[in-house]
Design a protein around this ligand. Structure first.
Ligand SMILES: [Fe+2]
Ligand SMILES: [Fe+2]
Length: 135
């Protein structure tokens, strides 16, 4: 069962961003399935790495749009992105050091973080960017 199925409540009304959010959710669901299926830590770490890379790319895309269109809340939004990237990097470092393996707690954290960020922080720019013609 997917950890977070996509639903239209998550849509910010901008197709390019919804597509990226769907990819992020899919990656998180893939990670969760791998965990539930008892895949090796190296497999989990690889999926997590892919998720981290795509997350950075997606955040960059949003921040580029903020800069292009002069979005007022840009700094606070970027700070949230930055905080997540830092947490993910810390987890990756701990994995490399052998001090951390992916488990249900981190899945719960990522799920919570991603849905909250989309529903509150990302949703806050939706109307503004739509009004600028972003699709
Ligand atoms: Fe965001
Ligand atoms: Fe986003």
């Amino acid at each position: 069962m997917p950890l977070i199925p996509w639903n239209d409540r998550l849509s910010v009304g901008i197709e390019s961003i919804d597509e990226q959010h769907k990819i992020l959710l899919n990656m998180l669901n893939t990670l969760n399935d791998a965990l539930e299926n008892g895949q090796a830590n190296e497999v989990l770490a690889k999926i997590f790495e892919g998720l981290a890379v795509y997350t950075v790319k997606h955040f960059g895309y949003e921040e580029e749009l903020f800069a292009q269109h002069g979005y007022d809340e840009s700094q606070a939004h970027k700070n949230e992105h930055e905080a997540l990237i830092q947490q993910v990097e810390e987890l990756q470092q701990k994995m490399l050091d052998g001090d951390f393996i992916i488990g249900v707690e981190v899945m719960a954290f990522l799920k919570e973080w991603l849905t909250n960020h989309i529903l509150k922080t990302d949703m806050a720019y939706a109307q503004f960017l739509v009004s600028k013609g972003v699709t």
